[in-house]
Design a protein around this ligand. Structure first.
Ligand code: ZN
Length: 275
């Protein structure tokens, strides 16, 4: 049983503010340890319940957050950036289940450090008309490979949202959202128990299904017009409203590649504090 863990950081134990997740800061150095602890608790639970291979794919920022020296020696780590499938690199038809660890709610939603890819320039993303978090987008990509999302960890709102795209997934809420920058957090010893138990439970839903590629429509709302105009330069991407772009792709894999280009070109068009 091969399990992929896609490890983001905003939903890790104790994380509540910008400095906690910005590489290079003192706080980030602290929370890398806690993120690694969440990953280890998850791997322990998965391996105790039948997983035979655990690949951890770094999914946050520059994708170099987890401390490999502290990682469970039974896991493997995909670290570093410039991966075609980004947060979901490692997904293929041989994987039996994927875990979204340290995830968060989407742009425009309530939740600790809520966003979708860009921290604040994107105000909403819709997948086939439905507001989409990174979790919902990545779940659609997993489904295309026939891979179930077996577990989600993050704040309580992230876990509640997961019911909408992965109703059978086990969840572990490591904190209770109070505001975008505040949460009631359980300490690491407590969250490790929660995560390990949920991961063991999650293995009951692991197992490949039949994946089907289908066309998808993605719309992205930006907080300023020039970002939408910049994104609309990408072939197949059209300006559909003043601050919105829209594109269709023949599969979720292609849609996520296009989305990655849209976010990269919009990020490059941002200008100082005016964004
Ligand atoms: Zn994220």
């Amino acid at each position: 049983m091969r399990i992929l863990i896609s490890a983001d950081m905003e939903g890790a134990t104790g994380v509540t503010c910008t400095a906690d997740v910005v590489p290079g800061t003192e706080q980030w150095q602290r929370f890398r340890r806690l993120l690694t602890g969440d990953v280890n608790a998850c791997a322990t639970g998965l391996l105790s319940a039948g997983a035979t291979d655990v690949l951890v794919n770094e999914a946050h920022s520059a994708q170099r957050n987890i401390l490999i020296e502290d990682l469970d020696p039974r896991a493997r780590l995909l670290t570093g950036r410039h991966k075609p499938l980004s947060m979901m690199q490692g997904i293929d038809t041989r994987v039996d289940g994927v875990v979204f660890l340290g995830y968060h709610t989407g742009a425009g939603a309530d939740g600790v450090l809520a966003h979708t890819y860009l921290e604040n320039a994107i105000t909403e993303v819709r997948l086939d008309g439905v507001p989409a978090s990174e979790g919902r987008l990545n779940a659609a990509l997993a489904a295309e490979h026939g891979v179930p999302v077996i577990m989600v960890t993050g704040d309580d709102l992230t876990c509640a949202e997961a019911a909408g795209y992965a109703p059978r997934a086990a969840t572990a809420a490591v904190k209770e959202c109070v505001s975008r920058y505040a949460a009631i957090c359980a300490p690491p010893q407590t969250t490790a128990d929660l995560i390990r138990t949920a991961a063991a439970r999650a293995m009951a839903t692991a197992g490949r299904g039949h994946g089907d590629a289908a066309a998808h429509v993605i719309e992205v709302d930006f907080d300023a017009t020039h970002l939408a105009h910049a994104a609309a330069v990408v072939p197949t991407v059209d300006l559909s409203a003043t601050r919105t772009v829209r594109f269709t792709a023949e599969s979720m894999t292609e849609a996520m590649k296009a989305f990655k280009v849209v976010t990269a070109i919009a990020a490059a068009a941002m200008d100082g504090i005016y964004g």
